[in-house]
Structures are given as structure tokens and as C-alpha cells.
Design a protein around this ligand. Sequence first.
Ligand code: PBG
Length: 305
Amino acid sequence: MRETWLTTQGLVYPMFVCPGSKVRTEVSSMPGVYQQSVDQLVEECREVESLGVPAVILFGLPKNKDARGSEAVSASGVVQRAIEGIRKAKLKLLVITDVCLCEYTDHGHCGVLQDGVVLNDPTLEILAEEALSHARAGADIVAPSDMMDGRVGAIRSKLDAHGFADVAILSYAAKYCSGFYGPFREAAQSAPQVGDRRSYQMDPANAREALREVALDIEEGADMVMVKPALPYLDIVRLVRDHVQIPVAAYNVSGEYAMVKAAARNGWLDEQRVVLEILTAIKRAGADIVLTYHAKDAARWLKAC
Ligand code: PBG
């Protein structure tokens, strides 16, 4: 009688790569998640692959941050080197890269700033360059998470013009301005230094607007669309699933992970039970792809049952 089956297929494991070698620092608000150098990250990727999780998404912590996020587009940037490391290790993992500037800018915003205001259009060219440099390094899928208007189109034309027509775009289409990104901002050291992201991320009170955002991204060439966060927005996942024909992803974000971990550590929740319940619920709501920090644990538990 069961309608929804949870499998490792469709799970994506998010990872944070930093400069150096032999670095592996646990993120305090995300037990089990590390900021790690390329060598360490490749080792963990071996484990991810052996558990049957098909894909990872990479976030970079650059050596230097500046106003324009220059390291984001550098061929020797951390994400670019991590992709090359994964490829060199001959892993079959699908490599997705997060395309955004907030990890790379000294002000922590997802675009370039002028007088404290994020400039949409001047940011597009930098994002397109960033996506191109990830494609050159060997990324299979690029995932713009900045929420600038027009970035999917800008990235698509840039990739096509340079012979990367086969690199797909997973767009963070309905990304809400959420308090649940808190632990991520510790992990990626990307909290905005002034202001917040309300001018470019979505109002949690809006549902119809998600359909407009999704429609624009599909028109511009998105191959898959994402709703983020997942749990407080399962209605949006369902709404989007019912309106589009392409794959829908949901991001079970850092704050959602941290809540489960904290409660489990206190003995207040049965971690395995609630994680499998959460992931099943996200799939039941209509997600084909689930980005989750629980991916490795879920794969182990699914194997055992
Ligand atoms: C970058 C980005 C964020 C997340 C993914 N990409 C943070 C933000 O918008 O502040 C959050 C992921 C998570 O919380 O796990 N723009």
C-alpha cells in the first residue's frame, strides 16, 4: 500500500571545501559536516560514492574575500580544484557546484554592492564567469543560488557560447529569505556584514510568487528547479511539482539539519526515525531530488533496512 519510496537515488550531499591540505574542521552547529581541504574532501567523496549517494554539491571557502568575490571565478579557486580532485580520483559522482558570490565577497552579499545596495545586472556577468569556470574544471551541473533576476539566462548563454551545452543548470528558483540558513552561514562564513538578503530572496509569506520565479527560470533555460528550504515549504514543493514538467529539487537546509542533530544529541528524538520520516515527507511532497546533510546517514540506514 506504500506510495512513496525513499532510496539513495536523488540524494545530493552538500560539502564545504577550504584552502590548504589535511584540513578537516567540524562545523560546530552542524555535527558531522566539515570544512575541508581538497585532499580530505576527495576521501569523503569516495565514501559518499561507496554508500550509493549519486551526487555532491560543492561550496567554496576562498583564501581571500573581496568586494567583487574575485576568487569565485578563478581557475585555481577551491571549488575548481576540488572538482579536478574528484575527477582525478576517477569517482563516478555527479558533481554539482553552488554558483553564488556570498562565500567570496567581503561584505557577504550574493551580488556586488553599491552604496549598500545589491546591483542585479552587474552581478550577472560575474556569476556567468563563475559557472563557466566550474564547467571548465569539470562540473556536471551548476546551481545558481544567488537569486539575481536573469542569472539562469546569463549562465546558459555563457556556457553554450563556450562549448558547455551539456552542463545542466539546477536553479535555486524559489529560495526564501529564511532563518534556517543560520548554520550554513557559519559553515561558509557567508553572513551578510550589513543588511540582509530580503531584496533578492523570497518572502516566506508568498506562494504564488514561487510559481513566477520558477516559470522565469525555466524560460531562461533551467533544467531543474529547486525549492529551499524544504520542511517549512513542503506546500511550495507540491505546488511547483504540480505546475512544472522538469525535475524538482528541495534543499533540506542547514538549520533543519541542526535542529534534528541537537534534539538527537539530547536524547529528545530518535535521529534515524525522524531523518527517514523527513526525507520521505520531502519526496511525498513531490521532490525528485533532495539536497541533504543527512545523505550519508540516510544511505547507511536505508542499506540496513
Ligand atoms: C548561498 C547559499 C546559501 C545556502 C545555499 N547557498 C545561504 C544563503 O543564502 O544565505 C544555504 C544552505 C543551507 O542553509 O544549508 N547563497
